[in-house]
Design a protein. Sequence first.
Length: 117
Amino acid sequence: QVQLVESGGGLVQAGGSLRLSCASSGRTLSIYQMGWFRQAPGKEREFVAAIYWRAGTTYYADSVKGRFTISRDNAKNTVYLQMNSLTNADTAGYYCAADLGDNWGYWGQGTQVTVSS
């Protein structure tokens, strides 16, 4: 089992920045990759960014490339999502997920990001 706790969401003006954090506990040594997903009202959940836990390799959705940066602190078992140049389209619930080779089998409770214009 892996437990994930997100923090850092909130209300921000368009063009602003936020940093989300996701602290993991439990079977963290078994984590293959960690990622961020988001879901806006009335829309399906979509992939945002992910990082391979050991190698640190990252990949992003096209919609956030160049604006969002995912990073990790292995010592703290924490993954971050730095979000810059936010737009209304980024408003959503953001969810941290862990993949232990089980196709994102573990999820956090989510944190809300609201971008106002």
